[in-house]
Every structure is written in C-alpha cells, then in structure tokens.
Design a protein around this ligand. Sequence first.
Ligand code: PEP
Ligand code: MG
Length: 564
Amino acid sequence: MQINGKIIAGGIAMGKVCFQHTDYDRFLAAYRPARADIEKIRYTNAVSQAKQDLNELILSGRTDKEGQEILKSHLAIVIDPSLENMVFSCIDSGLSAPKALLSAIDDLSQPILLLSDEMIRERAADIADSGKRILRKLLAMEEPAFPDEDIIIYADNIEPSVMAGFSEERVKAVLLSNPSETSHTAIIAKAKDFVTITGFDAARYNFLENDTIIVDTFENSIIVDPSNADIIDYNKKLKKWNSKRAALLDSAYLPAKSLDGKEYTISANISTPAAIEKAVTYGCNGVGLFRSEFLFMESKKLPSEDEQFHAYKNVVTKTADSLCIIRTLDIGGDKKSACITLPEEENPYLGYRGIRFSLDNKAIFKTQLRAILRASHFGKVAIMVPMITTLYEINRCKRLISECKKELGAKGILYDPKIQFGIMIETPAACLMADVFARHVDFFSIGSNDLIQYTFAADRNNPKVSHFFDCYEPAIIRCIHNVVTAAHNAGKWAGICGEIASNPLLLPFFMALDIDELSMTSSSIPAIKEQIRHTSSSTCDLETILSFDSTKKVQKYLESIKTE
Ligand code: PEP
Ligand code: MG
C-alpha cells in the first residue's frame, strides 16, 4: 500500500510495530493517592511486578548479550534500595507514590545528564527507563510491548523528550499521526536518523501492534507482514541505500562549492552538546543553531552558569575555526521545561515564549549570556536570540550583553569582545522591519518553522491547519528574499536554520540569493553539500520565482530546475 502522510526523512526500514503509549499525564491525573503507608505498599508492589517482568525478560532469552546486560542493569536500578529510600522520603513529605517516584528519578538522573561522558550519561536514560517501568505498574498501565528486535514506532502524540529517549539502535522508523513536520518531536526523529513520516493515518493499514512491516519511502510503500520474497528484496534495497549513504558520508568533508565556484556554508542544528560529534562526522561547517533550551528542558533545576558554560564550551571547542551560534533559551510553545513554570496560556505560540520570557527573567537570561560569553573565549561563538519582533527587544538584549561583558571583565574572566550578535527572523514583524533591524545586529538567521506558522497564522502543531504550512507559498518566498536582501544591503549576513534549509527543491533559490549559511539536521548535510556541487548558483532565476502568485507555480518551477 502507498504511504499516506509526509515523508520528512526518507529511507527503508523493517521492524515490528510498536504503538507508543505516552499518556502518563492522563493516568497520573486519574491516580487517587492514599495515606503515606499505603502509598509505600503500592510502591513496593509495583517494584515487585517490575522486577518480575524484568526477570522473565532476562530468562526468556529473547535478547542478545548486550540486551541482557541492559535488562540486568535496569533490574539493579529497580531494586536499588537508595531509589526506594528517596521515593519513601518524598512520600513522607506528602507526595503520592507516582509523583515521589518521578521526583526521585529526576534527582538521580539530573546530575548524570550534565556529565560530558556520553557512556555515563546513558545511565540517566537507564534510570528513567527503569523508573517508568515501575511507574506503569503503579498507574496500572499496560506495558508497551517493545520487542527485542528492530522497531517501527507508531505514535499518536508524543513529546519531544519522549522521542529524544528512543534508542537509535532499535528504532528504525517513526510514523507520527501529527502532520506537523516542524514539531520538535518530528525534528528530533529526523535528527536521530529515523525514517520519519508525519501525518500518518494508521487506520488505513491493516496492521496491529507487533506486526512486522516494511516502510519504503523510495517505492512509497508500506508492506504489512512481508513475504520471504519481500524480505529478500528489502535486504537488497537496504544494502544499496546503506552504500549510497556511506558514499555521501565519505564526501561530506568536501566543500559545498557550486558548479560556478561559489562556496556555501552548511552548518548543523544541534540540541545537545553530544550531538556535535555526529555533526562533525557529517561534514558540518560549524553550528548554525544550538537549541540551548534542551539543557533546560531536561533538567529539574535551572542549569547554573558553570554547567551551561561547560556544555557550550564542549561544543565550541569541537567546531574548530567554524562559527558556533548559540541560541538563547526559546522556551514556550511546545517546548516545556521541568525547571521553569510557565503560565497556562490559551495560545502558547502567541504568548510567553522565546525572548519575551528571557527579557522578563533577567537573572536566567544573564546567567545564560555570561555562560555563552565565557565559552566564546574558546572558539568562534555567536549569540542569537529567538522570536524578535521589535527594535526595543534587540536594544534590550544588547544592553544586557554589555552588562554581562562588564561583569565578566570586572572579575577578569575572558570572553571574545567581538562576539557576534544575531537575531532569528521568525515573525512577520521581523521580516517587515528587516532593513531597520539589519543595522543593529551582525546577522539574521531565518527560523522558517515559526516564520511560516506566524505568516499564515497557522499553529505548526495543529493538524487542522497543516495545509497552510507550505514553504512554496509566494508569501514565504518573498519573506526570505526580503530578509536576505535587507541583510546584504546593510553589509550583514543572513542564514536559514528552519527545516526548509535542507529542502532540496528550494536549494537553487537559496543559492541564487547568495545565502550565507544553511543550517540543518546533521544527517541532511552530506546530501545538500553534494547537491550544491552539482548545481550552479544561477540555476534559479530570482525574477521568475518572485513573479509567481501560487504555491503550485513556485513548486512546478523549482521541480523544472532541480538538479540531482
Ligand atoms: C524555527 O522556528 O525555524 C527554528 C529553527 O526554531 P525552532 O524550530 O526551535 O522553533
Ligand atoms: Mg523557532
């Protein structure tokens, strides 16, 4: 059967279907707490059940050696007396057993997440996994049946943090019912190299949980319960795809130089310090967007200046001479933080997010600015602020940066005094004022994910209005043209860090604009660099593309000029 939905990361994958239950909130809301002594008994029972499940899994022999080791380590965590002590003391302080458990998991894993050694940090994921296993027992939730084989996740609505926890080894594809290709959940799926489809309607297919399916975006097909012949065919295609990816990766370090000799900067979007390793392997020319909010989303306590400094420095020192653009906290919208309580809002995307929050919470903002400034002593760093709408906000940011520089200077702490300051262009207000703003900043980076939603007044996560989310709309083509031209006229540079930066159809348009930087998910970098090497900067005629009055005409034109 044909794939329904939008392919946002193509490929071929075979695995058992797992429906992802993430409804912890609903179960937590329905939980009725009892007296502390009863809550403790409930917890002890839940631990026994989790222990039994794990013992059965270990003895079943269904996992390989490595899988067994993981299960054993989970078992050790589940029965760890120090976990029980922490949970019991939270229960004594008035929390229900599930909330006490969640708090204990956080307290145990947060310090580990801040360590730089990836192997050790994996321990935090083990703690969270094991804790969730106990939690499901406490809440009487069904166990998600994760077979010990390759998995294809079908998820109705899951949070970015849940997607971030999926194993890159085990999960092969992710089918998301939400059509948003720019939801942070989808962005993370793509960054993890999962074959990713959004707007997927599982009801159209005849598969159940645990059925084996093949997702093949090259043939645009889904095969349920594949025959032997299908599997042989799948293995052949997988081999071919893997060798194509390996060849692209081999050439990832080559410069992105067009047929007519123009070199373009292709940088990476990253969300965690650890992601820089992969970005470098995929040939990035620096980091165009470090989504720093992920440091805040994962942590129950606000990350301190030192913790942030080490996280930023870790990335900066690995980008060699290339620029690393650190975006300040962009909390709000679909990004929630365990350490920051935001007010309930009817329209969170039109509310208290990004720079609006930072400017209202100066202590948090300045802590982050000082940490970024300190990291700038160790490499080429830029500060970028999200969700700018007015010059007033730009000026306030600049004043706070100056204050932070003075504070560091007074303590003799070194930073790059010439650190660049840029803004994200994500709102129609910023587009319209681009010529003015360009005089006050060093660079622009177009955040097309938000720019599209705000231009069309269409929530990027709302399935009902997803058809407005069209990057080929002439309004978007004009916005991008206006912004890049405004920057260049003021002698400043402009990049794009929204998802469209890696859109192969739009690439000739960006090249014709003389775009200074395209920043994207690491796995997209090798193919985009390769495409640039086969394209001339004059392939797209700007006058022509700007003359169109419909998305269809823009798309048709871009298809007619596309180079492979
Ligand atoms: C954007 O809006 O395009 C962007 C890159 O920011 P985020 O996706 O993190 O909102
Ligand atoms: Mg944005």
